[in-house]
Design a protein around this ligand. Structure first.
Ligand code: ADP
Ligand code: MG
Length: 239
């Protein structure tokens, strides 16, 4: 399998506080990788470094073989979905989906094509003329995913996209995200502190603690053969 995202010797500190330590991580092309760990372990920081929203202290990041360590976020070929939907409240769903493409100067027919395709995939076609305030939490999160989708990104980054939703919606959208991955085949990096999400979505899970990956394996492997007590306590079987 080709490597899609590669993190090499990455370290990050905020001032004197070290958050990520000498991290190395290779993510396969089309892989669904989950970053799992307790709050404060550095998951979002790692994702933001990959996205280019935070400058690394040292180390390098490659996307599809290209060294993107000092590239602008918009040039990295990624689409990102956050926990808070971050939709533009004054714009309709359609405008929310198309805004980034218009700013980038894409021709109108092509924008329309992308918006139609994304809204079909995410089943939000009937919502296009509404504004975010008139949507449910689940619908808003679909639009947020749609905004990443229209960019035709090579790599999708999700930062706890379902954390603000109730349990029923969470399980519905979990299924949807899985379906999306199967349909698109993109590389996806998905941050969560929710063990069930990790177990059901991931091809592999990277279990993190204190800015260090403790174990990187398929869900069953981690569950059955945790490498240390922390992983066992967080995700592994009791035996
Ligand atoms: P997670 O997403 O796993 O909950 P984060 O990556 O958000 O963890 O945070 C990791 C650590 O870095 C935490 O201790 C947090 O307080 C700290 N941190 C995150 N962002 C900043 C920042 N901008 N300035 C200083 N410290 C930060
Ligand atoms: Mg976080």
């Amino acid at each position: 399998m080709n490597t899609s995202v590669s993190v090499k010797d990455l370290s990050l500190a905020f001032g004197t506080v070290s958050v990520l330590q000498d991290m190395n991580l290779d993510i396969g092309d089309g892989e669904f990788l989950v970053l799992l760990g307790p709050s404060g372990c550095g998951k979002s920081t790692l994702l933001n470094c990959i996205a280019g929203l935070i400058d690394v202290s040292s180390g390098q990041i490659f996307i599809n073989g290209r060294n993107v360590t000092w590239e602008e976020p918009k040039d990295r070929g990624i689409g990102m979905v956050f926990q808070s939907y971050a939709l533009y409240p004054q714009m309709t769903v359609e405008k929310n989906l198309s805004f980034g493409l218009r700013v980038a100067g894409m021709p109108k027919p092509q924008i329309a094509e992308r918006v139609t395709r994304a809204s079909e995939i995410l089943q939000i076609g009937a919502l296009l003329q509404r504004k975010p305030a008139a949507l449910s939490g689940g619908q808003r999160q679909r639009v947020a995913i749609g905004r990443a989708l229209v960019r035709d990104a090579e790599v999708f980054l999700f930062d706890e996209p379902l954390s603000n939703l109730d349990a029923k919606l969470r399980s519905e959208l979990r299924v949807e995200i899985k379906r999306l991955h199967q349909k698109l085949g993109n590389t996806m990096i998905y941050v969560t502190h929710d063990q069930i999400e990790a177990m059901t979505l991931a091809d592999r899970i990277a279990v993190m603690k204190g800015g260090v990956i403790q174990q990187l394996d398929a869900p069953q492997q981690i569950y059955n053969r945790p490498v240390n007590r922390f992983v066992a306590g967080f995700l592994g079987s009791p035996g």
